[in-house]
Ligand binder design. Structure first.
Ligand code: MN
Length: 503
């Protein structure tokens, strides 16, 4: 899907000429050491490149121009080992259009209590140098992540790692192409949205292709191609009896393999990273893409059902953030509830068909069942339960004057009994802090019935991503209280009205 190590974060140190060549040499050596340490860190998946020590306005400006135009640079980490007067940063930072992390650390961990002298004080000045740097970033209204702590500490590496993954997802979205087969599900509001504004805000282009075009490609898929995909299914999944060779639905499974191959070649040729389908526009397709959509999601494509391009884009972004981490990511829908006060309120997340097997606990099973809507052949799909443990549900909505992201912490739990007759994949969870507060908060926020569900990506990743994108974020977690959230929503209305104006 994406090779994070090919992407670069530039480590840039602030200083000034005042200190003389000896101190500046130490500053450069120490910075090189820190950057090399981060580059080797298991928590930081990208390549960390030490740039140089900034000592003048021209150096900062040129570095920012270079970062903007570098196809590999996904962001800057800045740190002021010594004092670095901020007026020399203004011109460059005004131009900078890459994500920024302000690292607030110190080369020396401990104060050398008995030995401390003015030389130590002159070199280890980030305590005030980074405050000067913070002022100008705040004065310029520059969104950035601030990470505080000793650079070798695990927590510091983790915070930087999370931000690099959010920056990678942002990088991946710039110029990304999303294909829609068919329009929005008729009359549905939340899956609509301003695609021009989405391209302005996220750099993502969203366009529609006629279903007839994809049908032609699907029909052109060879039996050999289908055989190859079926061989993969045989290794990776179990088969329901009727879906097996000789079973009455075997050809239906082969047809999904045909859809998978056809869609894949269309997406690859067009350089697409995400796509949507809708059961209301399947002209010429014999089945709704079920198993095929599940497989393409597992391969890293963003997916949204019913024409939901915002969540298709979000699923892709969350998948990029979670690259190589434990736990998967899927398109998801809050489907139905367990409202038993004794055993605890729970939400069952699922979809008509399209849940990504990256979140499965164990081997998924291919089954074929008729679909109540759409009037097509019975579609094949993968059926499974989800890993238990913490997860997040993230939703992106269009508020008319801005995009709002909502991220909710949930805890996935075991079903109380086997879901023997459920013909689709599902995840069972308790929202934080509980279903009553969590669902009320989600509904007050206007969160969609669709979301990007992830077991790898926490709210911190989404927070970093929203700061980079400059969009609103509502977090729902163990600390959420509905009265506070209602105030936050009111205040945000005012903030975005004033800060966005007619932008
Ligand atoms: Mn849906």
């Amino acid at each position: 899907m994406i090779n994070l190590k090919e992407l670069e974060v530039w480590f840039v140190t602030g200083s000034q000429n005042l200190y003389g060549p000896e101190v500046l040499k130490l500053v450069a050596n120490n910075s090189t050491e820190i950057a090399a340490f981060f580059n080797k860190s298991a928590q930081i998946p990208v390549t960390v490149v030490y740039k140089s020590v900034m000592k003048s306005l021209d150096e900062v400006t040129n570095m920012c121009i270079e970062a903007n135009s570098s196809p590999k640079c996904i962001g800057l980490v800045t740190w002021c080992h010594t004092f670095s007067p901020s007026k020399m940063w203004i011109n460059g930072l005004k131009l900078l259009n890459k994500p920024l992390l302000q690292l607030h650390t110190q080369y020396n961990r401990d104060l050398p209590w008995g030995e401390i002298d003015m030389d130590f004080m002159n070199l280890n000045q980030s305590a005030h140098g980074d405050r000067e740097h913070g002022f100008i970033l705040s004065r310029l209204r520059k969104n950035r992540k601030v990470v505080v702590g000793y650079w070798q500490e695990n927590d510091v590496q983790e915070r930087i790692g999370v931000w690099t993954r959010a920056a990678a997802a942002w990088y991946d979205m710039q110029g990304a192409r999303l294909a829609r087969f068919g329009d929005n599900m008729r009359e549905v509001a939340v899956t609509e949205g301003d695609k021009v504004e989405a391209q302005i805000k996220f750099g993502l282009s969203v366009n529609t292709w006629p279903v007839g075009d994809i049908v032609k490609i699907v029909e052109g898929v060879s039996e050999t191609q289908i055989d190859q995909i079926m061989a993969e299914y045989n290794v990776l999944y179990d088969f329901d009896k009727e879906a097996q060779k000789g079973g009455k639905y075997y050809e239906n499974v082969r047809y999904q393999a045909r859809i998978e191959a056809g869609f894949k070649s269309f997406l690859e040729e067009g350089g697409f990273k995400a796509f949507t389908t809708t059961f209301e526009d399947l002209h010429g397709l014999k089945q709704l893409p079920g198993l095929a959509s599940q497989r393409l999601m597992a391969a890293g494509y963003g997916f949204g059902a019913e024409g939901d391009w915002k969540h298709a884009a979000l699923v892709r972004a969350v998948k990029v953030m979670g690259t190589g981490l434990k736990g998967g990511c899927s398109f998801m829908e809050d489907y139905t509830y367990h409202l038993n006060p004794q055993s605890g309120y729970k939400a069952l997340g699922s979809h008509m068909l399209e849940i990504c097997p990256s979140i499965a606990n164990g081997k998924a099973k291919i089954e074929v069942h008729p679909l109540g809507i759409g009037g097509k052949d019975a579609p094949a799909r993968l059926v499974f339960n989800t890993q238990t443990g913490p997860a997040t549900c993230t939703s992106l909505i269009d508020m008319g004057n801005r995009f709002r992201m909502i991220v909710a912490d949930v805890e996935c739990v075991e079903p109380e009994a086997k879901l023997e007759k459920l013909p689709v994949a599902s995840a069972l969870w308790t929202p934080m802090p509980d279903l009553k507060v969590g669902a009320a908060a989600w509904i007050y926020s206007g969160g969609a019935h669709h979301n990007a569900f992830s077991q790898a990506v926490t709210a911190e990743y989404i927070e970093d991503f929203c700061d980079i994108a400059g969009i609103e974020l509502i977090q729902i977690n163990k600390n959420t209280s509905v009265p506070n959230l209602k105030n936050e929503l009111r205040w945000n209305e005012m903030y975005y009205l004033l800060s966005n104006g007619l932008k």
